[in-house]
Design a protein around this ligand. Structure first.
Ligand SMILES: [Zn+2]
Length: 158
């Protein structure tokens, strides 16, 4: 899906990109600009600002007032509303940092860009076609899966 999120939703933005969604994020854009972009690019506006949410809805935009405090709650609310899956498939993920697409690459391509231990222990790598960031399912991956598990447990029964 295509979203645009306000400056308070940086973390959620990274999660949604990992799940494969196209999310624009402007840390400092004002309300008018966010609404303008949402309109012209047909993006769903995500915000924690009730006033901005109401303004968007009045203008006929699809918008979500993000209320949950934790990331798993936010993700579950969005998945309930839009019906997308809460699973990371790196072949469709976008770069959490810059929103560009990432691509699987061989170890040789990234060996100079990751710690030696990492290139020794891991063999699957992905690289962002935008900013060049390299990704792998490292030790942090367990935390990612745990958050998604929590989020999945908060889904409403279909
Ligand atoms: Zn990137």
């Amino acid at each position: 899906m295509r979203f645009i999120s306000d400056g308070m939703l940086g973390k959620l933005t990274r999660w949604l990109r990992m799940l494969g969604h196209d999310v624009h994020y402007y840390r400092a854009a004002d309300d008018k600009k966010l609404i303008e972009i949402a309109k012209s690019e047909k993006r769903v506006l995500l915000t924690r600002d009730l006033e901005l949410y109401q303004q968007a809805v009045r203008q006929g935009l699809e918008s979500v007032f993000v209320e949950a405090e934790d990331e798993s709650g936010k993700l579950a609310d969005l998945a309930n509303r839009f019906g997308f899956k809460l699973e990371v498939d790196l072949s469709v993920s976008r770069c959490p940092k810059c929103n560009a697409t990432i691509r699987a690459v061989s170890k040789e391509v990234v060996v100079d860009q990751v710690p030696e231990a990492t290139s020794t222990y891991y063999s699957d790598f992905w690289k962002c076609l935008g900013c060049g960031q390299v990704y792998w399912r490292g030790a942090h991956w367990k935390r990612i899966e745990k958050t998604l598990e929590e989020a999945n447990s908060k889904l409403e029964p279909q």
